[in-house]
Every structure is written in C-alpha cells, then in structure tokens.
Design a protein around this ligand. Structure first.
Ligand code: PMP
Ligand code: GLN
Length: 385
C-alpha cells in the first residue's frame, strides 16, 4: 500500500509542532512557536461573539465577507497609500499559511525557479516542493542578516518566475530597507517576475524603522501579491484569518486554488477582524511599543546570561548564537533545553540549506508577558558558565 506521496518527501513534522509538544510534555516555558500568551483586544472578541449569536455561522463567500475585504483595503490605504479594489484585489484566507500555499500553487509551475530568502519560514519550503518549484536561496547571513544584492542578482536565471519575500523576516527579525526593496524591484521589473511578499509582521518593526510594502515601490503594485494575517497584528493566531492583496489576476490565481483547499473558513471571525483593522492608530503604536519592550527585556536578559544576541528589527523573535555558552548545535541544544532549564526555543538549522550557518543559532519568541520572559530568563541562568 502506498501511504505517502513523493510531494511530502523529507518534510516531516514542522518544528513548531515538535517544540510546542515538547513544551507541553515537559511543562517548559514555550519561547518556541510564535504565539502571544495574551488575547487581543476584548472588543474584537465581543464582535466575534456577536457574530456567532447573530447567526453568521454558515459559509462566508470564498473571497471573504464584504466588511473584512473593505477593512483590508482601507488598512492598505491608511498605512501605505495603496489603493485596492475590495471586490477583485483581496482574498481572505485561512491564515497567511493558506494564502502562501494557494499563491504558490496558483502562480508557480513545476520546474519554475523561485528566489527565496534563506533562512526560510518552513511552509515556504514545503509549499515550493508541493508546487514542484526549484528554490533558489539568497542568504541573509549572521550577524546582521542584510540582503546580499549581488547574490540576489546572480540568483536570477531564465527559469526564474517569482521572488518570495518576507519582511519583517522570520526567523532573523531583519526588516528590508528601501534600498534593498528598490534592488529587488529593479530585478523583478527587468526580468518580469511576480513578487509574493509575506508581511505578517507588518506592524512589528522596532526603533521607529518603517515597514515598507514592496507593492508601494514604483512599478511593483502590478506585480506583487502581498500576504498578511490578523493573527500577528491582533494576537489572535488561533483564528487563522489571513489575506492576500494585489492585482486581480494574481488574486484570482490564488483564489483558484484556495476555493479547493478550504473554500472558506472562520465566518463569524471575519467581521471581528474587520473591526480590529479599523482600530485607531493608537492601537497599532501601543502594540508595537509593547512588543518592543518585550524584545528589549528578552534581549537584555539573554545578553546577561552570555548569549551572543542578534537584536531583531522586527517580528516576534530574537536570534542568539549559542557558542559563547559552550554549545555548538542548536538542534541538540533545543532538545535538551527543557531538561536543562525548563524552556523551549527553536533551532534555526531547520530553516537553512546551509546547515553550518544555521547550526549555532537559536530563535526565541518574546510575544509573552514580561513575567513569563523574566521567569524564563531566571531559568536560563542555569546555562551560565
Ligand atoms: N508567515 C510567516 C513569516 C509567519 O511567521 C507565520 C506564522 N505566524 C505565517 C506566515 C503564518 O501565519 P498564519 O498563522 O496567519 O497562517
Ligand atoms: N509562525 C509561527 C512561528 O514562526 C508558527 C506558526 C506555525 O506553527 N505554523 O513560530
């Protein structure tokens, strides 16, 4: 009996599931998988409850309920001055994860080459493989994780059809600068490439650094599919309300796949996320400031313990080099960490083709309450020489 397709070869179980299960099994503090330990705004929950009680419990339209599509379009206009037609240029998805899957399956043919930033968010590797694509890494290297523009130019071949971007970048926390985005745009336009831009951490850039959607650069709105999610911006990761925005043909290709993956999901949650997106500017600035202070708390504590800390410019995550503490293999380190210190973290290595580059790096989530971060740091003190 054939029990597995070749599409799944080598993919295994995601590191996030493995490490969250390890945290549950051992009772360790989970600084692995990126989910907040506090809920988002209570009035957004109230909106969802109201929608449940009002009977909004049947299939939503495949592309999403009208008020959410309107709110997504308004958000793109308010924050980025991007004008989007909510009826043809927005598709609501089951988290950003489904939008990524549907976009890759809908836009990429077997044998197409896709340029991706390494280290990769794990679903990119899986979905590129399922689409039959060839991934061409452009590597962001420690300690500063900047985009090597010459390597980016060299990665383009006659078979390249798309660039898959992620900024703010998981797992490095790097935020692409305007000059880097301009170089990517120049290449995309010159070679007539589609850009798929995962911007789920769009509201999590720190120290006043702006998030710049690549779709805002000249000539890019017409070739960019932008993906985001209510999970990250509003601390409702379990709701899995995501979306893709961009030119109608790219959204239509994404929808062409999405209609057969889930068709639709989260009917009563969609109007609640619409309400969340309509929040005043203070919500977004407070949210960023809170995460920035949690970043600082965790980074300072990890420095004090003796890690080499690569301070992130955005996202939920900080990367450390574990070698100053006498370790050299992140996978071993993370598997032993619950027993050694009662904490769970994520080894970078699983996100890299270049295993040597990823081996000594470990990712820690700071989307946790300060008291939890402090408790984790106290426990990690056991690793001090
Ligand atoms: N892209 C990146 C870069 C992520 O870190 C995540 C995880 N939150 C996702 C996509 C998936 O988002 P969602 O939970 O909305 O599916
Ligand atoms: N994006 C989250 C992270 O990087 C995990 C989401 C998931 O488990 N798929 O931790």
């Amino acid at each position: 009996m054939k029990t597995t397709s070749t599409r799944l070869a080598g993919l295994g179980t995601t590191i996030f599931a493995e490490m969250s299960a390890l945290a549950t099994r051992t009772g360790a503090i989970n600084l692995g998988q990126g989910f907040p330990d506090t809920d988002g705004p209570p009035e957004v929950v109230d909106q969802a409850v109201q929608a449940l009680r009002e009977g909004r419990n049947q299939y939503a339209p495949g592309i999403g309920v009208p008020e959410l599509r309107r709110a997504i379009a308004d958000h793109q206009l308010r924050f980025y001055d991007l004008a989007i037609d909510p009826d043809t240029e927005v598709a609501v998805s089951t988290g950003a994860t489904e939008a990524i899957a549907a976009a890759l399956l809908g836009l990429i043919d077997p044998g197409d080459e896709v340029i991706v930033l390494e280290p990769y968010y794990d679903s990119y590797v899986a979905m590129l493989q399922m689409a039959g694509a060839v991934r061409r890494p452009v590597t962001l290297r420690a300690p500063d994780f900047r985009l090597p523009l010459d390597e980016l130019r060299a990665a383009v071949t006659p078979r390249t059809t798309a660039i898959l971007l992620n900024s703010p970048h998981n797992p490095t926390g790097s935020v692409l600068r305007r000059e880097e985005l301009a170089a990517i745009a120049e290449i995309a336009i010159e070679h007539d490439l589609v850009v798929i831009s995962d911007e789920v951490y769009e509201h999590l850039t720190f120290d006043g650094l702006p998030h710049i959607p690549i779709a805002t650069l000249p000539g890019m709105a017409e070739r960019t599919l932008t993906i985001s999610s209510g999970g990250k911006s509003f601390s409702f990761t379990g709701w899995k309300i995501g979306w893709a925005t961009g030119p109608a043909p790219l959204v239509a290709a994404t929808m062409g796949v999405k209609q057969f993956l889930t068709y639709t999901s989260g009917s009563p949650l969609q109007p609640a996320i619409a309400h969340a997106l309509d929040a005043d500017d203070a919500y977004f600035t407070d949210f960023t400031a809170r995460l920035q202070s949690q970043r600082d708390l965790l980074c300072d504590g990890l420095v004090a313990i003796g890690f080499d800390v690569l301070v992130p410019e955005g996202t939920y995550f900080v990367t450390t080099d574990i070698r100053p503490l006498g370790f050299d293999d992140g996978i071993d380190f993370c598997r032993q960490l619950p027993e050694r210190a009662g904490v769970v973290a994520i080894p970078h290595q699983v996100f890299w083709d270049d295993q040597d580059a990823g081996r000594p790096l470990v990712r820690w989530a700071f989307c946790k309450r300060p008291e939890i971060i402090n408790e984790a740091l106290t426990r990690l003190g056991a690793l001090r020489h």
